[in-house]
Ligand binder design. Structure first.
Ligand code: PLP
Length: 467
């Protein structure tokens, strides 16, 4: 891996620019803005503490500058969105051009000219590439809504109410998506108003086996966990018919959890034998994040519906539910003038143009290879650091989607320590997120344009901040 900007610099961010801090973090301007925000934004939205947040003013490549002029290295890609870094020249030029032409149209009535091309492109990259024939798309404004469109599709296509979903799964926070999100933190405050069509199963997780086989080699415990899982599903199918199995092929916000190899193929065969549709939520993992175009490609397993978002546009709120033409046409009747699932901003022209440009860039170079190589480099560095720290538990993930589990002195999940480490890294000029079902996973999802030098810098800082 040369990390050379000639080859990879088209996204405008491969040149190594390490953090440079002008003021203490957060600086005075960010602190002022936090006070103003606290007064006028619902207090549950933005986390404010003495060390958090910094207010972003601009971003380029892997760098973000805050309101006080500090330059940061962003190891999150802004929630996994800016996979090719911030402000690639081609994206900026396209946005400027599009803004001057058309930035709003009538999505489901008189659409913008780019909507057909985007739907065709999504079909080519998914179901046609998987050899499953054409795909059909419903564009949405958020990932949460794409999941809801997928759930509606499965219901209309199968008329079966039940959905099999997974603990630790994150699919968004709209009431529909929340119904299938397997996280108590988000569900419990609203439980009284959530429908009960989802049944949650443990997401197989070799390091913390939900079937009681932790500590054994994955190959040794394979039949136990798979059989235990299968027995649970078979018991459910005797009681309830299911119309959908919904899963993240690699759990993202649940803490970068990679399932064992049997998992996705088994879900495929369960969907086939039960008549349910298999929905993969690739909103986080899609478009090379895990070292494959889609995470499911690693297991050679395809869904009936795939949900996409985040890197799809690189930075505009547009997501998509793409299904096989067969499933989509079985579900949705021809429109007679009033769409059953739409919204004011559906297929926004700026979003469609950004998605088309972003997809071109994402297909223009062998990003998966680079992501795999940089991911290995990052993982090797994390394992070296782990050697020196008792507080670092399991290091997990694939490609440039990695997590470090932090434990307290008693070996228990250390959510407070994780928060402190994220703040300490911010003070060193590195933007990270905490995640995981216990909030004790430091998540790293840097842009694919990051250099090895930037990764090494981040690792040095992480080592020092963890001491
Ligand atoms: C796997 C997955 N699905 C769905 C969502 C929800 O997307 P949005 O926040 O755009 O509603 C997310 C967001 O992080 C996600 O990671």
């Amino acid at each position: 891996m040369d990390g050379a900007c000639g080859k990879w610099g088209m996204a405008g961010g491969c040149g190594t620019v390490l953090p440079e801090l002008l003021t203490s973090i957060p600086g005075p301007r960010s602190r002022e803005l936090a006070v103003e925000l606290r007064a006028h934004e619902s207090r549950n939205v933005t986390y404010v503490s003495p060390g958090f947040p910094v207010f972003w003013e601009r971003a380029q490549g892997t760098n973000v500058w805050d309101a006080d002029g500090n330059r940061f290295l962003d190891l999150t890609s802004g929630f996994g969105v800016a996979s090719l870094g911030y402000a690639p020249e081609r994206m900026v030029a396209a946005m400027r051009d599009q803004a001057g032409r058309l930035y709003h149209a009538m999505g489901d009535v008189h659409p913008g000219v780019d909507k057909p091309a985007l739907c065709r492109r999504l079909s080519q990259l998914t179901f046609e590439a998987w050899g499953r024939g054409p795909g059909k798309t419903i564009l949405t404004n958020s990932g949460s809504e794409a999941v809801e469109a997928a759930l509606k599709t499965a219901w209309l296509a199968t008329r079966r109410r039940g959905v099999l979903a997974f603990t630790g799964g994150y699919h968004g926070l709209g009431y529909g998506a929340l119904t299938v999100t397997g996280r108590h933190l988000f569900r419990d405050p609203f439980a009284a108003q959530l429908a009960d069509f989802a049944t949650f199963f443990p997401f197989p997780n070799c390091q913390h086996c939900p079937f009681g086989a932790t500590g054994r080699e994955p190959s040794a415990c394979l039949p136990d966990c798979m059989n235990a899982f299968l027995a649970q599903v078979e018991a459910l199918l005797k009681k309830r018919t299911i119309g959908a199995i919904l899963v993240e092929p690699v759990q993202g916000r649940g803490g970068e959890v990679v399932p064992p190899n049997w998992f996705l193929p088994l879900l495929r065969s369960l969907a086939d034998s039960s008549g349910a549709l298999l929905i993969f939520d690739e909103i986080y993992t899609g478009f090379h994040r895990t070292g494959r175009r889609f995470a499911c490609d690693r297991w050679g397993t395809t869904p009936d519906i795939v949900c996409l978002g985040k890197a799809l546009t690189g930075g505009f709120p547009l997501a998509a539910c793409v299904g096989t033409a067969r499933a989509m046409d079985a579900a949705w009747p021809e429109s007679t003038g009033e769409a059953l699932h739409t919204s004011t901003f559906l297929g926004n022209p700026l979003g469609c143009r950004m998605a088309l440009e972003s997809l071109d860039l994402l297909e223009s170079e062998p990003w998966s290879e680079r992501v795999e190589a940089l991911g290995n480099h990052l993982e090797a560095g994390l394992r070296r650091l782990q050697g020196g720290s008792k507080r670092w538990g399991w290091i997990r993930g694939l490609g440039l989607m990695r997590g470090i589990e932090l434990l307290d002195g008693a070996g228990q999940p250390d959510a407070a320590g994780t928060g402190r480490l994220v703040e300490a890294m911010l003070a060193r000029g590195i933007i990270l997120l905490s995640g995981g079902t216990e909030q004790n996973v430091v998540s790293l999802t840097p842009p694919f344009t990051i250099s090895e030098e930037e990764i090494d810098f981040a690792l040095r800082q992480l080592g020092e901040a963890s001491e």
